[in-house]
Design a protein around this ligand. Sequence first.
Ligand code: FMN
Ligand code: SF4
Length: 441
Amino acid sequence: MTDLTPVLSATWDAEQSWKLSTYTDHGGYGALTKALGMEPADLIAAVKDSGLRGRGGAGFPTGMKWGFLPPDDGLPRYLVVNADESEPGTCKDIPTMLSAPHLLVEGVAITSYAIGSNHAFIYLRGEVVHVYRRLMQAVREAYEAGHLGKDIHGSGFDLDVTVHAGAGAYICGEETALLDSLEGRRGQPRLKPPFPAVEGLYARPTVVNNVESIASVPSIVGKGVEWFTAMGTERSKGMGLFSLSGHVAKPGQYEAPLGITLRELLEMAGGMRNGRPLKFWTPGGSSTPLFTDEHLDTPLDYESVGAAGSMLGTRALQLFDDTTCVVRAVTRWTEFYKHESCGKCTPCREGTFWLAQILERIEDGHGTDADIQQLLDTCESILGRAFCALGDGATSCITSSVKLFRDEYEQHIQQGACPFDHSASALFDYDSAPAPEEAHA
Ligand SMILES: Cc1cc2nc3c(=O)[nH]c(=O)nc-3n(C[C@H](O)[C@H](O)[C@H](O)COP(=O)(O)O)c2cc1C
Ligand code: SF4
């Protein structure tokens, strides 16, 4: 069985883990000192060699992205950290910033030095006010200790960090919508190219990276490329946070090498809640096609999950047992996409509206025989035709659930009602859920 590899989460259970003193007691900011003694190009090469792939969902190689920036022209260039984390089921960046905000701040400082940026932004999901306060406090502490600001560690490198709270729109996690929002506009995706590396924030070269990607940088610099590449699989290197939620005995964050399987994670998480069978699960959030118990042994790396017909995404493993109505779950997710569609393009704006309408009537038992085909046709009209990946993502749970559980959709239509007894579903049965201290024992 693969062991857990707590790196990002190593200090989460330390006393006042969010404080600078706790972080430095555990060796914090040592990697920054080391990085400032290196050439920026060597740092970029190290991150390229580590094989770190973006942890925000798409898995794009991080060092390669940094290398896309054009040569320095003496004008500003920016690092923007994507801390919008709004994908249903995804809950790794928020605990990282809550428990170890200095890990992110140190990663921001190292990355900014590597790419030649003197101003970095952290764009945070607006609803998490407690995380905003904690991040602001960490940035303040880092300035006071000389880890940010002028002449960091006497190196001559200057860096300002701005923490910006968004207004709570899922689309503002899409990197170009995020940039528009940061500039004060309504958050809607931009046409690409130009890509942010060429024309990003304020039309200047910009690197946009996920919180977990940037928080992984200090350990790569501090412990070395070989240490990092020793974890994971051939093309999916390193460790990552796997977020288990739903009908699982001990939900939470499990930090493990990429390539671990759900079977192994479930063993550590105490199995399914109440010992019930696993019915379906998302490997990477609600935008990734559903898996079933047939995929318990699929290695959770980019290649294996892709080959099995889904996507690793954000490693948001939402687990559902046999008491769950799949139509109901898919309808809730679709209502989310309908609500969060930014309205810029017709396939997604209109399509998600119709998908929700059709699903709601099937769930309520008012669907017709033609509705399942209508659902699939509408998904086909969105997939590959929408302006950004939100539209494509909205279709994943629908098409995969019809493929896997078509009989359940048909049952709703034939019986004129949902065949499930929702009071039997343990999803919202808080009485049978373990107490937090028990779950994390
Ligand atoms: C609708 C939508 C929402 C997204 N939300 C997030 C998010 O909350 N956090 C994130 O890091 N990336 C999100 N992304 C992906 C970003 O566009 C981008 O790929 C990512 O921030 C790049 O960082 P990485 O290379 O470090 O993964 C989202 C993409 C889409 C289409
Ligand atoms: S796919 Fe949806 S979220 Fe993306 S631009 Fe079109 S309407 Fe907006």
